[in-house]
Structure formats: C-alpha cells, structure tokens
Design a protein around this ligand. Structure first.
Ligand SMILES: Nc1ncnc2c1ncn2[C@@H]1O[C@H](COP(=O)(O)OP(=O)(O)OP(=O)(O)O)[C@@H](O)[C@H]1O
Length: 434
C-alpha cells in the first residue's frame, strides 16, 4: 500500500532526519513508527502526504510514486490526526468534523449528517455536536480529531502521537476505542509514537527507528519481542519483553496439570491424601468454587465444610493469552493459575514458572508462523514497477516549508485532513509543542 524506497531526508543545516529508508506497509493494517525523540518518525509520516518531500528516494502509494500525484489530490485520500487534536476553536464540534466533506463540496446538509454519523462512530454523544472544542475534555477532543480525519472516508490515516497529550486512563480508553474502530474500518494506518507499550498494543507491524533516522527493525510485535535485531532494539523494547511476549501466546498452548482438583463432596481424607498445600474445590460441573489450604482442613467431613479462600482470577483456554495465565498464577493464593474451558469448567492448573517457560516454545511457534506467512506472500506486482518506470519525471516541487506556509488552512479542499489553523501551533515546527 505504502512503500518507501531508499528514502532520505536531510535538511540544509546538515541534519539527516531519515536515512536510506526502505519499507513496505501493508494495506488495511496498523504500522507503528516508534523510536526515541528526533529519530525521524514524524518526518517519515509527513513524507507520505507530501508535507515533507524526500531529498532522494521514492515514496509510493498503491504502486504510484506520490510525486506524480498533486499534493491536494493525494491528501484527499489521507486522513491526518495530530497530538492535541488541532481543532478549530471557533467552530462547533459538528462543523469541525464536517470540515473535510465541506471542503470537498458535499453541501452543508450532507456534510453535517456525515459528521453526526462520525460523532457516533467515535463514541461521543450526539448532544456534543453543538459544543465548542474548549467545552470538551482532552480525550473527547482527540476523538473529534479522529472523526474529522475520517470525514471523507480516506483509505489511509496518518496519526502523529494522537493519544500522547491525555492522561494514562483516557489514553487506554482511546487506544481500546481505536482498536474497535479499526476492526470496523480496516484503514491503512501509520501511527507515530515514542511509547513502545502503545506500539505493541496497537501495531500489526512496528518499525523501530534509531537516532539518525535509521530503521533498526521492522517486524510484528511478537517477533520484535522474541527476537530483537540488536542491543538497541532489545533495550528499547525493554527488560520485561519476556513477560510482554506472553500476550501473544495462546493460553490453550500452555501445559496444564490436573490438580489437585476435588469436588466439594470429596472427603477431607481425600484432600489430605492429595498431599498438596492447596486443593482446588469445584462443584458438580467442575466449576471452581475456591481454594482450601491443607493447613486449614477440618478433622472430618467433606470439603463443603472446609473454609474456602477466594479463587483470584481464572483464565480461559478460549481467547485468553498466556499473560492472563501468568497474572492468574501470581494473584492466586495457591500460586496456581486456574484454566477454565468454554463452559467455565476447570481444565487444569499451572504455576508461574510453568507458564513463563512456555515462552521458549512459543518463540519457535511465532517465528515459524511469521516465516510461513512471509513465504506465502505473493511477489511484488510487475504492473506497479512498470507503471512507475513509464511515468513522467516529477516536476520540481516546493519545499515542505514553502508548502506548509503557503497553504492557508481552510483555503481549499486540499489540506491534509484535518487542516491546521494558522493560529494553532500544535503541529507547526516553530510551535515547540511536539
Ligand atoms: N525543518 C527542519 N529543519 C532542520 N531539522 C529538522 C527539521 N525538521 C525536523 N528536523 C530534525 O530532523 C530530525 C527528525 O525529526 P522528527 O520530527 O522526524 O523526529 P521524531 O522522531 O518525530 O521526534 P519526536 O519524537 O521528538 O517528535 C530531528 O533531529 C529534527 O530536529
């Protein structure tokens, strides 16, 4: 969908913002660009909608060199979301969202009805339509920013640290909402963040950049965690990557042991015979009721008479990850994770060590799957290469600073969506906000 071929961007002051970048971004997926401050993430993103022109190399969209497409036309198909949302302060929320449809000449009625749909799509109540941006919280404004970028239903969305300016709780909500939206919309999204946790949570693929604008690794989150290309990437993804990786291991792959698991009708003598510090007590359908400590067993009777300690969390063999199993083990009074099947019946137990040592096997699984997927991918389209070869050489373009300065925000249907008002410093280099 989006392809960088040997792309370089350097500035007259000698800074190389992006150095020899070759990268292919899949259609309909989220690619996250991540790395330390100043490593070239934003520059890379802005080269996709021609807010920044490469010094050399080629960026292509669906096989077409983007220099062949005039910038306004290109941007019509590319939504753009920035930190702080960059909303127009003197326009209502509805009119903010309707910006791009209006610029495209949809007519007020149709544009506003589309905006109302989008307001709902991003999870905001209809009565917010008439408010102004300063009457919304940061998280709500950010949702409006996303809605506005989706105005003309662009196939591509560029998002530059869209959730960085809100507190961690709102941020987690926005991320969850974003994942839900993407499941519905299947946009091709390029997402910039400096936060590796956010990258792992959201990315189908992650490009890790190092200072100097060099690509350090481009991989799925699973492979990034399992097999960092070098010390820089290993450091960047963090010391706890082993634990993070468990999120990508299906709980159904974990080895389980049988117990001790006993029905509440079992005798105390049977529980003692199990010779374990804790016994898991289940009902007649094997649904877990609680733990009983060997030390707390009554002298006689059944387990129904024994004092039960609450279970903590169980994990499901259907849909949960090994990470949920690890949490379950660590939070369990017996230090054992309880696996339940689709009916909620106990399938077995595992301790934290058993869960975490599956990482080694899981690593092989993830690698094999990735290798198989790569092998199965069709070769690059011949037509694409031919089309590029036949195309006219691109005309000389204004520099990005000229282009940005010269384009008044609301002048035409050609601004990157959303357009940035002249007064809004959020996305301007001189504004010092980023
Ligand atoms: N117009 C410019 N003139 C000179 N240098 C620039 C210009 N724009 C960006 N740079 C430099 O290029 C490098 C990459 O900048 P870029 O904004 O792409 O990094 P980033 O990874 O997005 O950083 P951050 O996470 O801090 O936003 C930085 O060193 C930056 O100072």
């Amino acid at each position: 969908m989006i392809r960088f071929d040997a792309v370089r961007k350097s500035y007259p002051n000698g800074t190389t913002a992006v150095d020899n970048l070759s990268l292919e971004l899949a259609e309909g997926g989220i690619t996250v660009l991540v790395g330390p401050s100043g490593c070239g993430k934003t520059t890379t993103l802005r080269m996709i909608n021609r807010m920044v022109e490469p010094t050399s190399g080629t960026v292509s969209l669906r096989g077409r060199d983007i220099r062949e497409v005039n910038a306004p036309e290109l941007r019509r198909g590319i939504g753009y979301v920035i930190q702080h949302a960059g909303l127009f302060p003197h326009r209502t929320i509805l009119d903010n969202i309707a910006t791009v449809p209006l610029l495209l000449g949809w007519g007020k009625k149709k544009a506003r009805s589309r905006a109302a749909e989008l307001l709902e799509l991003v999870g905001l109540p209809a009565d917010m339509a008439k408010r102004y941006p300063n009457q919304l919280s940061g998280g709500q404004q950010q949702r409006v920013g996303v809605a506005r970028a989706l105005g003309a239903d662009p196939p591509v969305l560029l998002m530059d640290e869209p959730f960085s300016a809100v507190d961690p709780i709102v941020r987690a909500e926005l991320q969850a909402e974003f994942i839900r939206l993407q499941k519905e919309l299947h946009k091709t999204i390029v997402f910039v963040t400096h936060d590796i946790d956010e990258a792992i949570k959201l990315g189908d693929n992650i490009a890790v950049f190092r200072t100097g604008g060099k690509l350090a690794q481009f991989d799925t989150p699973e492979r990034l965690l399992a097999d960092p290309a070098d010390d820089f990437v290993a450091d960047f993804v963090g010391q706890d990557r082993g634990i993070r990786r468990l999120s990508f291991v299906d709980a159904a792959e974990l080895p389980l042991r049988d117990g001790p698991v006993l029905p509440a009708s079992s005798s105390v003598a049977e529980a003692r015979a199990a010779d374990a510090p804790w016994v898991l007590v289940v009902d007649e359908d094997r649904r877990p009721l609680g733990w009983v400590a060997a030390a707390g067993l009554p002298d006689t009777g059944t387990l129904a008479d024994a004092p039960l300690t609450p279970l903590g969390h169980t994990f499901s063999l259907v849909g949960d990850s090994a990470r949920a199993a690890l949490d379950s083990a660590l939070l369990s009074p017996a230090r054992l994770a309880i696996a339940v099947d689709a009916r909620g019946a106990v399938a077995g137990v595992a301790d934290a060590h058993e869960v975490s040592t599956t990482a080694a096997t899981a690593k092989r699984t993830a690698e094999t799957t990735a290798a198989e997927a790569t092998a199965a991918e069709p070769a690059e389209s011949e037509t694409t290469a031919a089309e590029s070869a036949e195309s006219e050489p691109a005309a000389a373009e204004p520099t990005e600073s000229e282009a940005t300065a010269a384009e008044p925000a609301e002048s035409e249907a050609t601004e990157p969506a959303p357009a940035v008002e002249k007064s809004a410093p959020a996305d301007s280099r001189g504004g010092g906000e980023r």
